[in-house]
Unconditional design. Structure first.
Length: 473
């Protein structure tokens, strides 16, 4: 699975400088309101909507795009300073597939790691100028059949090849010849005499591979970024069908500016469709047993759900906010897309039990696509801890980013979950401790109500009164 492994921000919104923040296949983003929780995801979505698919190293800043509305350079610049240079640096881990040496079938052979940095500055003569550069790259090529693994490191014009315990440094332009798609093994014959070196000649040329990722795969990866937001009104009762209507397009019905297309039309395909999977999880959450698109007339269409208890079918607009809010979340989790997905407050309008059940789906889905989940739900976080103890997800595949606001701006605390389901750092105040504080307040008030003593009377005539007795007087 391809993931964004880290992010560093400078002068972006509330962050003066974040340092390197580690990300995981499942990253929870938590913290108080208006603390800057959405900023990390907003930075990634800004890059995603700014990418030029044809030229990876050249971007045109898209401040108000398909994923996020940042306003302008000044709106995004820390403290709205015009002289700031906005910097976004990300680490990427991308798995690469190629024909196996023995079978010829596509198989995972490489893990490509690179760091990208983008800078945006205000220019006196133009709206903005964007710069991009790859700082460093690393590639590991392996073949499970032969058991051979070769590591490449790339910095500037030099390639370092690691084979077993040997390290060979080659000047890119002088020592290695590159043909159409293949790294010519003869270039290494005088340096590496082992049979293992044949593996190098059997895979894509490293330089070509690097160029391929920087020009195609990285933009493609970011262009697959999707978002589900809870900040929207309820679903529409119907939408008009027109010539542009796609069978798979339900965005208008959900009334979500950031929604993406999904198929909830009837299907006869043997492989479970999105509609069937969405229906399955709606039933698990006890919201509905099925969902489908129903044509009301030749000109109008609607989304209909079937009540899991009564069996009555109703318009999605009539069954409460919980159903309409959670449908895009479920769709994102069951989607066959492998691009990153940002989910904003999936717990909105959901019963605590349903929140916990939704966490099952979120954690399961993080095995096939990277998820960023902004949440206030302790039920979702606690369920993730339980799933770690149940060995259903690895501790290293989850990280928690706690964002808090300070006088100098937003600050980040990174918290992990160990194999015992315990947090690796103490939580800042205002999340899990609130339940404890509320419980202690209830106990204190209950105790006080049971033992109110009238101190105005002599001790011999004092009587204990309940709070209700005092109010009656």
């Amino acid at each position: 699975m391809n993931i964004i492994s880290s992010i560093s921000l400078q002068n972006f919104r509330g962050f003066k400088e974040t340092g390197c923040v580690q990300l995981a296949p499942l990253t929870f983003i938590v913290g108080p309101n208006s603390s800057g929780k959405s900023t990390l995801a907003n930075a990634l979505m800004f890059i995603a909507q700014s990418f030029n698919m044809r030229v990876a190293t050249k971007l045109s800043p898209d401040w108000m795009g398909r994923l996020v509305d940042l306003g302008s350079f000044l709106d995004t610049s820390n403290r709205h300073a015009v002289k700031n240079v906005i910097s976004i640096e990300v680490g990427l881990k991308i798995n690469y597939k190629a024909p196996s040496i023995t079978s010829g079938r596509p198989s995972p052979i490489g893990k490509y790691e690179t760091r990208w940095k983008w800078e945006v500055r205000q220019s006196p003569k133009s709206e903005a100028k964007t710069l991009a550069a790859t700082k460093a790259s690393h590639l590991t090529i392996s073949d499970s059949t032969s058991g051979v693994s070769i590591g490449f490191s790339y910095t500037g014009a030099q390639i370092n090849l690691k084979l077993a315990n040997e390290e060979i440094k080659l000047r890119t332009e002088q020592n290695i010849q590159f043909s159409e798609n293949w790294l010519v093994a003869s270039a290494l014959k005088n340096i590496i005499t082992r049979e293992k070196s044949l593996l190098v000649g059997s895979q894509l040329g490293y330089k070509r591979l690097l160029e391929s990722y920087t020009s195609i795969d990285v933009p493609r990866f970011f262009s697959a970024f999707e978002r589900v937001t809870s900040a929207r009104s309820g679903p529409k009762r119907w939408v008009a069908k027109d010539l542009s209507w796609s069978q798979n397009n339900e965005t208008g019905l959900l009334n979500d500016p950031y929604a993406f297309d999904f198929d909830i039309s009837p299907t006869n395909v043997k492989r479970p469709s999105n509609r069937e999977q969405i229906s399955k999880y709606l039933n698990t959450l006890n919201i509905a047993s099925s969902i489908e698109r129903v044509d009301l007339s030749a000109y109008h269409t609607s989304l209909q759900v079937t009540d899991s208890t009564t069996g009555v079918r109703s318009n999605l607009a009539d069954v409460g906010f919980g159903a309409s809010q959670v449908v895009p979340v479920i769709k994102g989790c069951v989607s066959r897309s492998n691009g990153p997905l940002f989910i904003e407050q999936p717990e909105i309008h959901l019963h605590p039990k349903a929140q916990s059940q939704l966490a099952d789906l979120i954690c399961e889905s993080s095995a096939t696509r990277q998820l960023f989940v902004e949440t206030h739900s302790e039920h979702i976080i606690n369920k993730a801890r339980i799933l770690i103890l149940e060995k259903k997800i690895k501790p290293e595949d989850i990280t928690i980013i706690y964002v808090n606001k300070t006088k100098s701006g937003s600050a980040i605390t990174q918290i992990g979950i160990d194999s015992e389901g315990e947090f690796t750092k103490a939580w800042p105040q205002g999340f899990f401790d609130e339940r404890y504080h509320d419980t202690m307040t209830l106990l204190r008030l209950k105790t006080k109500n049971r033992t109110i003593i009238d101190l105005d009377k002599p001790k011999a005539t004092r009587s204990k009164k309940t709070a209700s007795t005092v109010h009656d007087n």
